[in-house]
Design a protein around this ligand. Structure first.
Ligand code: SF4
Length: 698
């Protein structure tokens, strides 16, 4: 392969940029943006352009390990299969669990879900996408009847107004920000950001609304109220395509200007400017991300935004859509294959009898659970209580990334049998494993991913698998075969898995679903290898891709979109005399997740090299903190240390610390050791944007 250009996809954020990799050795490559990929047209951000610097084999897990010693694949796979089978036989299928990742490829995700739900017979498979996108999924399903993203990236370029809610797009989805700024240059697009912090994104905006944390429902209810007051709703669209409008408008009536100013802390002038710009601009896209999703009322926040678009019919037409942007490269693919504990593959519903019958018939599987499984936070709590006795973690690092991370680490440690398949030998989670299984990483593995705009792209291998590493789908199928389930898992490769999945999607679409790849069912191996980025749906007959809902056609039983009556709820994470500040978390520009890849690039670490906490000058003075000093941040759940950055970019009362840093056991930079694990009651997504804390000099 050396010297040959390979088109593939960046493994980081949900923008899903195409890259061209040119291998220069067994663990090195030159990487550049793919000018032909419709997500980025050749652009890359700092992380994507440094991918070639992160390919070394230093720190890689290159052979299976059992209790710390190297082992052969046969021994390790036999042990995993035997311990899972024994646990299931003794304690039932719900005594085991998989915790997977939006970094898995779609084909890996599909077989993991198939093994747990179709053959083991439990729905205890959940994913780190629960921490990222679950509230958007739940909001979409409530409003649209399916987890459908209505718009495309082109809408950001065709809009006259883009509202970014809880999204630091400039750092977290940089190429989308580049596309938006280029569109602004070309057509004068105006930008509003809604974020308590003055981020780099906010500094680029025409209007920044630094609302009080957690007051988004009130802000969007005030917009809905104003839409009604001005008669700006689309009565014809509502009459033809929407239910629940009257109740939603009635609930929004409580968001008077005075109440909105009180709850959000925004000035009446800023609120009025927001209303004027949004209502006065038919081509409006409202982008939302983790600041919306990671909340104890995240699903309501999503629906408050969707209500405004449904009320005005601003959905599914060029430049008009609500738009959820995903954090991870394959959060969407995971949702599509049923990687969440409350869904089946192809957006089928686990609690729908007909959907379960369809699924089981297609798989010809021995069993299928009838109820949702444990969602991420509950899943690890169940490890702590002994309900989950055997756990398999794939491609993620929950001992760092889950809230109450110390508790999660202890929960994993207390589990009878823990398997971790990963590319990295030493992480906070691999240290807790009984069996480590070496997986192939980016550049070595082969499959597909789906980005935030429903575009499916190939990730292609351009490097050999190092050591004994194997593809995740292969590892899962090898274990399934040893558990006696070989007939359902006898795949020659990812192309065969993809064909099966595409065929299933056709049946799901015929049953009324949104997700349809039936037009790709006939792809042969060559066609799969050559697959160009495709925007789903790809039906066997009819037009491909495009937007949803301009003419209604929702996926609810009556085919109408649903507006919901919403009221502002208060967060369970409130400040107190002991914990007087709120801690907010998020990404930095140049690192990814727990830094197992990006930390290999010295260039990327130059931007921000250590854990830090942003604090307003007033709060720093009150706590006796000097700029660049070390501080201890404590909550009832744990503590962390961080370098102090005094700045008015973060408002009084609110701290901000990044999510990336890891380290030794009970290490000091792990912000999620501090974070509470309160979850949204609908989506199960934890509130990673706020926990009550105190801060003091070290
Ligand atoms: Fe990769 Fe996201 Fe950067 Fe694109 S914007 S290069 S997908 S990290």
């Amino acid at each position: 392969m050396p010297g040959q250009d390979v088109s593939t996809t960046c493994p980081y954020c949900g923008v899903g940029c195409g890259v061209i990799a040119t291998p220069t050795g067994p663990d090195s490559a030159l990487v550049r943006g793919d000018p032909a990929h419709p997500a980025n047209f050749g652009r890359l951000c700092s992380k994507g352009s440094a991918l070639g610097e992160t390919l070394s084999l230093e720190g890689r897990l290159l052979a299976p390990r059992i209790a710390g010693r190297e082992a052969g694949w046969d021994e390790a796979l036999e042990l995993v299969a035997r311990r899972f089978a024994e646990t299931i036989a003794e304690h039932g299928p719900d005594s085991v669990a998989f915790y997977v990742s939006g970094q898995l490829l779609t084909e890996d995700y599909y077989v993991a879900n198939k093994l747990m739900k179709g053959w083991i017979g439990s729905a205890n498979i959940d994913t780190n996408s629960r921490l990222c996108m679950a509230s958007s999924v739940a909001g979409h399903r409530r409003a649209f009847g399916a987890d459908t993203v209505p718009g495309t990236y082109e809408d950001l370029e065709e809009a006259d107004l883009v509202v970014l809610v809880g999204s630091n797009l400039a750092w977290c989805h940089p190429v989308l920000m580049q596309r938006l700024l280029a569109a602004r240059e070309a057509r004068g697009t105006r930008i509003i950001t809604v974020d308590p912090r003055r981020t780099n994104t906010a500094e680029a905006a025409d209007l920044h609304l630094p609302l009080a944390p957690g007051s988004d429902v009130t802000l969007f209810n005030s917009l809905l109220r104003e839409i009604a007051a001005r008669g700006a709703q689309d009565d014809a669209y509502i009459a033809a395509h929407v239910s629940g409008a009257a109740d939603a408008f009635a609930a929004a009536a409580a968001a008077t200007p005075e109440e909105t100013a009180r709850v959000t802390g925004l000035t009446p002038a800023a609120i009025a400017a927001f209303h004027d710009m949004w209502i006065g601009t038919p081509r409006v896209v409202t982008v939302y991300s983790q600041g919306v999703n990671q909340a104890s009322d995240g699903t309501d926040k999503v629906n408050a935004i969707l209500n405004c678009h449904l009320a005005t019919g601003r959905i599914g037409t060029p430049g008009a859509a609500p738009f959820s942007v995903t954090g991870q490269p394959n959060a969407m693919g995971g949702r599509e294959v049923g990687g969440l504990a409350n869904m089946l593959a192809c957006h089928l519903d686990i609690e729908n009898d007909a959907h379960r019958a369809l699924m089981r018939g297609f798989w010809d599987s021995p069993r299928l659970p009838e109820r949702p499984g444990l969602k991420a936070v509950d899943l690890f709590d169940a490890c702590a209580t002994g309900q989950i006795k055997a756990l398999w973690v794939m491609c993620t690092n929950p001992a760092v990334s889950l809230p109450r991370a110390d508790h999660v680490a202890e929960a994993i440690r207390s589990c009878d049998f823990v398997v971790v398949s990963d590319i990295v030998a030493d992480t906070d989670t691999t240290r807790l494993a009984d069996v480590l299984l070496p997986a192939t990483g980016w550049g070595e593995k082969d499959g597909t991913v789906t980005n935030s705009e429903r575009r499916i792209s190939r990730q292609r291998a351009f490097l050999p698998a190092p050591g004994a590493a194997r593809a995740d789908w292969r590892i899962i199928c090898d274990v399934a075969a040893r558990m006696g389930f070989g007939a359902g898992f006898d795949y020659a490769g990812p192309a065969e898995i993809f064909r099966e999945y595409a065929a299933l999607s056709g049946l799901a679409a015929r049953a009324g679903g949104d997700f349809d790849l039936s037009g790709l069912t006939g792809l042969d191996d060559w066609g799969y290898e050559a697959l160009a980025p495709r925007h789903w749906p790809v039906p066997a007959a009819g037009p491909e891709g495009g937007r949803f809902f301009a003419e209604g056609g929702f996926f609810t039983p009556d085919r109408r979109g649903r507006m919901l009556p919403l009221t502002q709820r208060s967060s369970p994470n409130a400040v107190s005399a002991d914990y007087p500040l709120l801690l907010n978390t998020g990404r930095v520009r140049d690192h990814w997740h727990t830094m197992t890849r990006t930390a290999k690039s010295a260039r990327l670490s130059r931007h921000l090299a250590e854990p830090f906490v942003e604090i307003h000058p007033r709060d720093a003075a009150a706590a006796g903190l000097a700029h660049a000093a070390l501080a201890r941040i404590e909550s009832p759940h744990g503590e962390m240390l961080a370098r102090v950055r005094i700045t008015d970019r973060t408002p009084p009362g609110l701290l901000f610390a990044p999510m990336h840093w890891t380290g030794e056991w009970s290490s000091r930079g792990r912000v999620d050791a501090v974070m509470a694990a309160e979850t949204d009651p609908v989506s199960g997504q934890p509130e990673l944007k706020r926990t009550a804390v105190r801060i003091a000099p070290l």
